[in-house]
Each structure stands twice: as structure tokens, then as C-alpha cells.
Ligand binder design. Sequence first.
Ligand code: OSB
Ligand code: MG
Length: 364
Amino acid sequence: MPPKLSFNLVKLPLLVPFTTSFGTQLDRVAHIFSLENEGITAYSESTTDVDPFYSYEDNVTAMHLIKDYFAKEIADLPTPAAFMERVEHIKGHEMAKAALEMLLWDYHSKKSGIPLHKYLGKSKGYADVGISIGMLEEDKLVPSIMNSLNKGYKRIKLKISKGRETRILSTARLSFPDAVLSADANCDYRIEDLELLKSLDQYGLAYLEQPLGHDDIVDHAALRQSISTPLCLDEAITSPDMAREAFQIDAVDIINIKPGRVGGLSNSLKIAELVHNYGGHCWVGGMLETGVGRAFNIALASNQLVDMPGDTSPNEKYFSKDIVRNIFKMDKGTISPFESPGIGVILDTEFMNMMSISTGEIQL
Ligand code: OSB
Ligand code: MG
């Protein structure tokens, strides 16, 4: 029997609406992929969503690329690195590539009988965990931060947007003078906003994440010279080459690595290595993933090269019920990856099917 690739498009309501500078998200709508071969079932999740707001990719573009270009390249179950070489001539679409690249990582680590976090290289055996808090009504911000600190989160990241940053950050800093705080602007500012961005130095942030354009590193380099807050890039780093160039022109201190955004785990590890060689720091971000994508993120965040707390909250932060039976638990601000082969998640296929908008098989 040849390998079989199938998908579920699931829609899970978020426990708390997630508001960023680009909008409010009420649900996580995700393609979950399953690859079956010789008694092994591997899984992955596309980090795309309904709207092309975080990046130009969305669920429809990802499915187009996967069905029409990428699926046939995994029919012989290549290594993740070999797959990435085969699709290199297709520009961009890193999230679509990552969905299949990560499927191959899960498949090969399961076939080897090794948990993914060990299969990826040197693992610490745990991930340090921070939280990403969406923009909230005035009266809900302080209780939300308080609750997160009580749960043991090692860093509190607050979403900001142009015009709302001063209220959010001054409120947070006044109430929590010693907390490790960061701010994520999701590209809402321009270099013309320099004075406003300089004023954020007073809040003693651990870093400011992606204040300027999604495809910019030049203005970020200029901004970095003018502020004392360390600069973290997310959207702008779409490949190991972009990471290298950002360090070469002094545009960045810290990189938020999201495997989806950079074409998968091979590139994530390359970026982590490069960051280390340039003396920078990195952490693993998130895209409100279900338990499937979360398991990949936590395996990567456990790597020794990842040296800051990431956005890998336990499942219960996002969903009242996830599509997996084994959920992550946070203990003193850390989460341990699963120790069974591959990503180690046990899918709740019944619940996944119940929450699916559509399902299907993809021709390899
Ligand atoms: O910019 O890091 C971001 C969620 C969706 C899209 C972009 C971002 C985020 C988050 C949440 O910050 C991270 C998470 O908890 O998964
Ligand atoms: Mg971000």
C-alpha cells in the first residue's frame, strides 16, 4: 500500500478572543494533515489561518500549493531536508512547505522510535514558557497579567498597536514593576513613528517585537540604533538567509522562530544555530496552534539553542477542549515535550472529525 495523505480542516473556538494590531481572532481554523504508511501515522498542522493578515499565506493558498506542488514530493517519504531541496524553486509559501516538512519530521522520528525533541538534536528536556496576551479592555489587562504571573509564566508579552501602546504598557509596568514584559506590535508602526517608539524605552521591556514592516530589515536596523530596548523580529525573518542578513546589518537582537513562517524545522534549527553564532538570542513563537502544532513548537523550544521563554502556552490557554487527548501541563514556567516517538500526541479523532468543516484525501 502506498502512503496516504489526508486532511481535516478543523475550527476550534478560542476561549478568549485574541486581538492584535491586525484584528481579532475568535477561532483557530487549521488544516491538520495525516500521513499513513506501514502502520505509522504522522501528523502536522498548517500555521496558516483564514485571513492573510499575519502573512500573505492563508488556508486556501496553502492548500493550493500543497495539492498542486508539494504533495507529490513526499510520496517516497524523503527526509525533511531532501523535501525542502525539491521545493526550493517555488518562491515563498513557507507555511505550506512547513506543513509537509513537519509531517516528514514526525514520520521519520516515529519510524526511528525517537521522540521528536531528541530527534531534532540536543534537547534540554523542557521548554521555558512565556505568554502572549492579546489586547484587552482596560479593566481586564491587569487581572490577566496577574493571573499569568501566578501561573508561573516566565515572560509576559503584550500585544500593542499604534495609539494603544502607551496605555497598555504604562498600566502593565505600573502594576508589575519587576515583571519580565515584552511588547509585540505586529508591524503596526513605520520608521516615521521613531519618537513614539523611543518613548517605549521607559517601560524597561525585555524586547520590542516586530514594530515595523513585515518585509523590512533596513528600517529596523535604523530603529535599533535609536532605541535602547532590544529588538526582536518575527514576521520579517522568513528564512535562514533573512536571519543572517538581519544580523549582518545589525537589525536585530532576538528572533522569534516560528517553524511555519520559516518553512519548517530544518530551517528553524539553522536559524537557531545562526543566532547562536552571531551572539543573539531566540525563542519559539506560536500561531494559536492546536495540540498538534503545539507539540512541534514545544519539541523545538526544548532545543539547547533556544535560550529564551517562548509563546508555547499549555493547550488550556486556548481551547476548552483540544483535538488531542494528551495535553501539555506547565510546571514552574516550563513544559516538557512528550517522550513517545515523534510529536507524541494522541489525536482525539472522534472530536477532530466532529469539529471539522471539511476533510479529504490528497493525491500523492
Ligand atoms: O505575532 O507572535 C505573533 C498569534 C497569531 C499570529 C501572530 C502572533 C501570535 C501570538 C500568539 O503572539 C502566540 C501563541 O500563543 O500561539
Ligand atoms: Mg509576533
